[in-house]
Design a protein around this ligand. Sequence first.
Ligand code: ATP
Length: 672
Amino acid sequence: MGAVLRFAEKILLLAGKRHLPPAKRTDPNDPPDPGMPELSAHVWHARDGELAETGMGTVARRLPAVIAQAAGLAWRASRADTIATVGLNVAAGMFTAFGLLATTGVLTALFSAGPTPGRVRDALPSLALVAASVALRSGLQAAAGWTQARLEPQVQRLVELRLYEATTAAHLTALDDSKFLDDLQRAETRGMNAAPQVVQHAVDVLTGTVGMAAAAGTLGVLHPLLLPLLLLTAVPEGWASVRSARMRYATMLALVGVARRKWILSGLMTERRHAAEVRAFTMRPFLLAEYDRFAAHQRRVELDLARRQTFVKITGDVLKGVATAGVYVALGLMLWRGWVPLAVAGTAVLAIRSGQTSLANLVFAVNQCYEEGLYFGDYLAFCDAAEARIPHRALPARDADARPDARPDPPADLPAAFARIQVRDVTFTYPGSDAPSLRGVSLEMRRGEVVALVGENGSGKTTLSRIMAGLYDPDGGEVLWDDVPLTAVRPHEVWSRVAVIAQEYTHWPMTARQNITMGRGPRHRTGEPEDPGVLAAARASGAEEVVADLSRGYDTLLDRRFEGGAELSGGQWQRLAVARGFYRDAPLLICDEPTASLDARAEHLLFDRIRDHAAGRTVLLITHRLASVRFADRIYVLERGKVIEEGDHAALMAQGGLYADLYTLQSRAYSP
Ligand SMILES: Nc1ncnc2c1ncn2[C@@H]1O[C@H](COP(=O)(O)OP(=O)(O)OP(=O)(O)O)[C@@H](O)[C@H]1O
């Protein structure tokens, strides 16, 4: 049998179908093969070696680990339901064996000598036992099904929380890393859903094993030779299932990049915020053609998979048929040679059929458990990787100690309000970038100051502000709040002392109030007076006028996708974003292009407010509107990631460098 399987496997290997199939044109209407080496090669080859190992032996070796993971997960989700599921399934299996053995009693009575009514009467007690065990088994199985169904949503909740807890705490650089994003997509779309499946299939493995053990035990009692014959029929089906699962998993891995591109394109074609641009730039044909290009590639790969899986299944079925026939021939021979009496042979047929059903279920469950275990393994690997990217200092002490990487000193305390912030010789390169975005930047801010960063596009202003806000860690150099380096304190301590009015901010699909408070502040109840903090922030930012025009004021939902939702203009959204920054009332306010969408009056008002806001706090202002940075206490001019000029407006104008050039250029546009 092993040789036959190896032969079939060789045919598959020779056909060269273990690798991503060269995309064949199965339909003349298909677009030409796009090739797409950028989407298949790296992901595929990264797992090639690992997949080549996967055979029945590997499945057998790895299955206990998968089952242990499933058991651990189920245990954490609900101990009571886990114990009940296992206990009820084992009890149901015991009644299966009991029923089979009682059947021997029925058949022995029926096949004995004597008049038929007497034989039937003799069979009645055993028959009653058979009926009772069938009824009990069914009841136990139904109860087991119920506890198993209860486990599923509890497991799902556990795995979802773990993933989102990790993704929201992982370092921001992780989300700039395309490999991390690919792994995230795979874990979120497939791996996370695999978790309850793994648990379910692990229970099915248990159920199948118990059923198998019941049938095998019965056969062993009847005649020891029958047992290996039964097991023989399982090998071809097991081989076909494992082979098929492996192909499916490999295909999924190979298509992960394609799936992500398709997902991004589908968002571009369906989301409201892109709809106007898609039309105005007549992008429809381009987007549809791009989508179809990826969809056609995916279809070709999946059709090829279906073809290869069909071949494997047919091979497995044929071999299983041969093995089953062999079992019955062997049983016939044993009967003919008088090794087993007729009643025992009859029970053996029933036990073989019951065993085959359990075996088929077991093989299916093992295969499914293994296959889902592969996806679940992706999920676990992703969560581990994401958790490893949570900065040490962000973890509670217990979790930090449990991490295998070196443990730094315990996190330091950040001063509640600082006297000065120093940036010392900071360098930074984004992950995957060749060129550094910051090259040895130093600057200083004191409490109560407004400090401005100016420079041409891509000079590093936003990057520097993110490092100062503790969102990125510098590769070299340090940022000190008084004498405490930011890399030594818990990130949320920094974030809670910084308010950022970002260049790219989110249009939160929430009420106007929630857009300002972002879940902070007192909970507002209908009819209660508005939180004074919200009113002050809205007044300072000009959001007050925006809210006054909304049908339900601060309670208006700002998302047109929901009934009664309102939409705001770009400038109106920006006023809310500014209100959010003011509401936080943090010692450091970072304003990155806060006026890009504002009208002239709102812009003027905002710069006045920012100046007022700086009293007792500190403001880092990034803007291309140089007229507005005149009032800054100090201005740093960046070029290609370096500070090339610094000083106040008058000093920089006197210097006659880049700042003076840019300022003169802008002011000339307003001069007659
Ligand atoms: N997430 C990122 N991943 C890789 N590179 C990035 C990323 N963000 C910015 N960069 C690169 O870092 C450099 C500095 O970008 P940054 O956004 O800091 O410039 P900026 O001065 O704020 O520009 P602008 O005036 O256009 O807002 C640029 O070359 C940019 O391409």
